[in-house]
Design a protein around this ligand. Sequence first.
Ligand code: UDP
Length: 327
Amino acid sequence: MTSLVTGGCGFIGSHMVDRLLSEGHDVRVIDNLSTGRLENLDHLKGHKNLSIYQMDIRNKEEIQPIFKDVDYIFHFAALADIVPSIQRPQDYYSSNVLGTFNVVECAKNTNIKKLLYAASSSCYGIPDQYPTRETAEIRPQYPYALTKRLGEETILHWGQVYGLPVITLRLFNVYGTRSRTSGTYGAVFGVFLAQKLANKPFTVVGDGTQTRDFTYVTDIVDAFYTAAMSDIKQDTFNVGSGGTYSINRLCELLGGEITNIPKRPGEPDCTFADTSKIHDVLGWEPKISFEDGVSKVLENIDYWRKAPVWTPDTIVDATEDWFKYLK
Ligand code: UDP
């Protein structure tokens, strides 16, 4: 079996590469290394079944040859984070929408067994119901969420029109080792881990009682692998942990001082996936508890030494456009 992983040097993509190699696949990685890091695959250096292509999914002609004779495509390459997506929407359209268009176009004339897309639970915005089902209304709140949703629609549409076997997985708050450390202010784990290493207080938004469906990265990868090997040819599934955990609980597990910063507009007080569909149809369920997942991250905390250390003041600057546009 040959698998192609776009964004394979990134957080989730690199874990996908680990899993595919352990299952005996030949793996090709496409990554432009804009936020992905070669270091994430350092432990696989010289692996005979792994090829890494430093290429950009925005360049269709360049990536096309890599799709030859591929069985499975796992499409993770994308730009993430809210604030830069408000400031630079064109970059998000070109990577997340046009890049995804290029991937499905390259896949169109091949004999792939399955194309998997990493969709975002941010498509639900602030939903009416918790846990949230796949049938909930789609309400993107900012360009990142919109462009990931447009990518998802593109994938499903190519499945429908051109007969490509496709599955989109809507991921809820993925965390784990190798989670991003890039310069932009983003996902909470990277922020808190860098603060812990620097002996600075955790910048807790609001009163910290808001909850998130934190899902461990190897569980996410297992959902992708299970979906790839299934007979399903056109569908969408939520992937979540089966629970929802407060930011205060996260701080307790990480251990450290807290400082509170203002609540941001447009943020849900809760994210919580209804995972009954993926459980019933694919038999998938998460295996890593929140406590165990946080322990694994803490064991590898040195990884975040290079991550920026955010303080309440620098967060005010970094989120200026968030408060300005999303209120
Ligand atoms: N959060 C926080 N402090 C930070 C960054 C995030 O308390 O410096 C909280 C945030 O309010 C949210 C949770 O952590 O409840 C997850 O935030 P993240 O940006 O990782 O994901 P999202 O809000 O998109 O689910």
